[in-house]
Write a protein that binds this ligand. Structure first.
Ligand code: ADP
Ligand code: MG
Length: 334
């Protein structure tokens, strides 16, 4: 009798495991200017709905799509937008403030001048940058009700936070559709829901910014793992590399000694904004910002190939290929 019961239990487990495996669904698509992939276990048609959601968000938020809500704001200087967009702009502005302006959603005239939004790359003259920088100041962007208003001549772009926000929305959609386990990769913005179906934590690779492969692996569950790097979008001219993250203080590609920043935390939106900001300010200021604000952990890769992590990732980050962590940043400096 006991044996029969055990056999029966084993059979049930086998069937459940198989039905779990067979209900894996994936969607691979190109949106927000990058390759995306959503893999979920269970949830019916949730993956298809998630893909549709990402395209909807792109149409609403893309600064380069003339029909988007952000374009409406940019062309009129003030426009009524959906409540969702108004809230996202408000959240983005708080991240701009948190970063002391290293993240600035109004840097768009400058990124545009470099050609990063269109692919028509060029190096703007100093005088041109100076002129454009006068338009960059997120404190002159206001949200009142559902109306977003910009200062004279200003333009905004949510490119530094949109994928993180989309990741949050996709995670929510999957979760509310009954999905317990999913991996969402929106072009370097990874978000995981729950754990892997086998109960272990998701292993998220941190891409090697100066080659192929990974510098290490982060174990994560119910978290966003977001990387900003100079290797994602850049152009080369006369032997110099210019990448798409701009330091709003001088209008030039950020040159902080960091070539990739990976931020781990509960909110995709916050991780996305913070990763862009930390890339701009570099390791020292980034460490201060991390000490002053809880809720996220960081992996830095420096120009010289050093890997630096914040202490919350100790035991959760494993360097790959014989690499080592050169420094662990601690809450209490000593
Ligand atoms: P990616 O979009 O490649 O994942 P990020 O999240 O770091 O990278 O965002 C970079 C994008 O944000 C750029 O393509 C540009 O549109 C915009 N951007 C560049 N520099 C800044 C900045 N300092 N503040 C806000 N947005 C920026
Ligand atoms: Mg970002």
């Amino acid at each position: 009798m006991k044996r029969a019961a055990a056999l029966f239990a084993a059979l049930v487990m086998l069937i459940t495991a198989q039905s779990c495996a067979s209900s894996e669904k994936t969607a691979d698509f190109f949106a927000m200017d990058t390759y995306m992939s959503i893999k979920a276990y269970g949830g019916g048609d949730a993956v298809e709905r998630a893909e549709t959601l990402v395209f909807e968000l792109e149409r609403k938020l893309s600064a380069t799509d003339g029909a988007s809500e952000i374009s409406a704001v940019n062309s009129a200087g003030s426009a009524k937008v959906s409540q969702e967009t108004a809230e996202l702009v408000t959240s983005a502005l708080s991240l701009c403030e948190l970063s002391g302006g290293a993240l600035d959603i109004s840097v768009y005239p400058v990124t545009r001048a470099w050609g990063f939004t269109t692919g028509d790359y060029r190096v703007p003259q100093e005088a041109e940058l100076e002129e454009l920088l006068r338009l960059v100041d997120y404190t002159k962007v206001t949200v009142s009700g559902d109306t977003v208003t910009l200062g004279e001549g200003m333009l905004i772009d949510l490119g530094a936070v949109a994928k993180g926000y989309a990741g949050d929305r996709v995670t929510e959609l999957l979760r509310s559709s009954g999905v317990k386990s999913a991996l969402i990769n929106l072009g370097g913005n990874v978000q995981c829901l729950g754990r892997k179906p086998d109960g272990s934590r998701w292993k998220i690779g941190v891409q090697d910014p100066s080659g192929s492969g990974y510098v290490g692996v982060i174990e994560a569950e119910d978290e966003a793992v977001v990387t900003s790097g100079g290797y994602e979008r850049y152009f080369e001219l006369d032997g110099k590399t210019y990448w798409h993250i701009i330091d709003p203080s001088d209008g030039r590609p950020a040159d902080s000694g960091i070539i990739s920043v990976t931020v781990v935390g509960a909110s995709g939106l916050a991780c996305d904004g913070v990763s862009t900001a930390l890339f701009v300010i570099g390791k020292e200021k980034a460490s201060e910002l991390w000490r002053e604000n809880g809720g996220f952990e960081v992996v830095f890769v420096t120009e010289s190939g050093e890997i630096i992590i914040t202490e919350g990732l100790s035991g959760r980050f494993t360097p790959s290929g014989g690499r080592e962590v050169s420094e662990v940043i601690r809450r209490n400096e000593n």
